[in-house]
Ligand binder design. Structure first.
Ligand SMILES: *Cc1c(COP(=O)(O)O)cnc(C)c1O
Length: 352
């Protein structure tokens, strides 16, 4: 840290992204990227003309993409915010709804960026423990009277609450914003989007990074009542009006046009998830019931850190969190069937 850095930022512990080592070619099962390329129409949308047009600013109102997303979800464009990754939308939600003393509540085991945002804004979050089976208990969130952030399905567990359970939380906090981070919802979760017309305190955040195979494009969006979306727009126009670049705006709309390709990819990931879960259980692993594009698994034979290390030696990267009560586990992204077979083969060698 330089001697010039604001004192209020000196203690900031930034988010640690999954490692991207360059020393060899790994089978990357550590950051929940898709193993499949973006929809073919995305490649066509990124042509020479689009590259030439990079001299122009992107549309600060993102009209075309907002219209396409609104149509996709049966909403109006005023119900849609688009951002530079969903991390940006989440950041803006923290800035908008948690920084004036109202505070924020989230689970002890959840997406690692929430505590970082809380730290950034110097908020002491209310941390709510999961139960002994790593489930989020809806009742713990009733009547909190503060901003609530829930990843559903949760990360890194993959466990999900039903829409009915989520609605109960939203209904019982009518004067607080409930942010539902649905980064993984397309892999078998129940989305809260249908609840948006009923609840003006609901903000659903989704991303192109996982199910739409576009992590590198940095595109996320928030869906909610017009007034909530206006709040996020106010912050966006006060920080970075051109937050989504031209190529990504085009690619994002093109991806939505190919529903069948998207459905097919999600189904393949879910099939491969079931296959991998069964194989891991056959090898003695405990595997949580994931509704996401990853599995959270542990074996009584080796520590989580050891499993992570030995897999890495064999060229396979998974995500380990050296933290209680999940240090026995690893989070394994669902790749292609071939990648999962390579991972299972490596685990077999490690355990025997
Ligand atoms: C991956 C992930 C995000 C971030 O997605 P980006 O759109 O790539 O910024 C947000 N929330 C959760 C729970 C995630 O796992």
């Amino acid at each position: 840290m330089s001697r010039f850095l604001s004192r209020s930022l000196a203690a900031l512990a930034p988010y640690t992204p999954g490692e991207q080592p360059q020393d060899r070619r790994y089978i990357k099962l550590n950051t929940n990227e898709s193993p499949y390329p973006p929809a073919p129409g995305v490649l066509d949308a990124l042509n020479r003309q689009e590259a030439a047009d990079l001299r122009l600013y992107s549309d600060p109102e993102a009209k075309a993409l907002k219209a396409a997303l609104a149509a996709q979800y049966g909403l109006e464009p005023q119900n849609v915010y688009v951002g530079n990754g969903s991390d940006e939308a989440l950041n803006f939600a923290f800035m908008a709804y948690a920084t004036d003393g109202r505070g924020v509540a989230f689970a002890d085991i959840t997406y690692g960026f929430y505590p970082v945002f809380a730290d950034l804004y110097r908020i002491s979050p209310r941390i709510i423990p999961l139960d002994g089976a790593f489930r989020l208990r809806g009742e713990d969130y009733y009547g909190l009277n503060q901003t609530i952030v829930i990843a559903n399905p949760n990360a890194p567990t993959g466990l999900a609450l039903s829409r009915a359970e989520m609605e109960e939380i939203i209904k019982r906090n009518p004067d607080s914003v409930v942010v539902v981070d649905e980064a993984y919802v397309d892999f078998g979760g129940e989305s809260c989007v249908p609840l948006i017309p009923k609840y003006d305190n609901l903000l659903v955040v989704q991303t192109y990074s996982k199910s739409r195979s576009m992590a590198g494009a940095r595109l996320g969006y928030a869906l909610g009542s017009e007034t909530l979306i206006q709040d996020l727009e106010t912050i966006k126009f006060s920080t970075n009006p051109y937050n989504v670049n031209r190529l990504t705006l085009r690619a994002g709309a093109a991806a939505l046009a190919e529903q069948a390709y998207f459905d097919d990819n999600c189904r393949k990931i879910m099939d491969t998830r079931a296959y991998t879960k069964a194989a891991l259980e056959d090898m003695g692993f405990t595997v949580l019931d994931s509704k996401a594009n990853f599995l959270f698994a542990k074996t009584p034979a080796l520590s989580g850190l050891e499993v992570y290390r030995r897999l890495k030696e064999k060229g396979i990267l998974v995500r380990h969190f050296e933290k209680d009560p999940i240090r026995d586990f690893n989070r394994i992204t669902i790749g292609t069937r071939e990648q999962m077979d390579a991972m299972l083969q490596a685990l077999n060698e490690i355990l025997n």
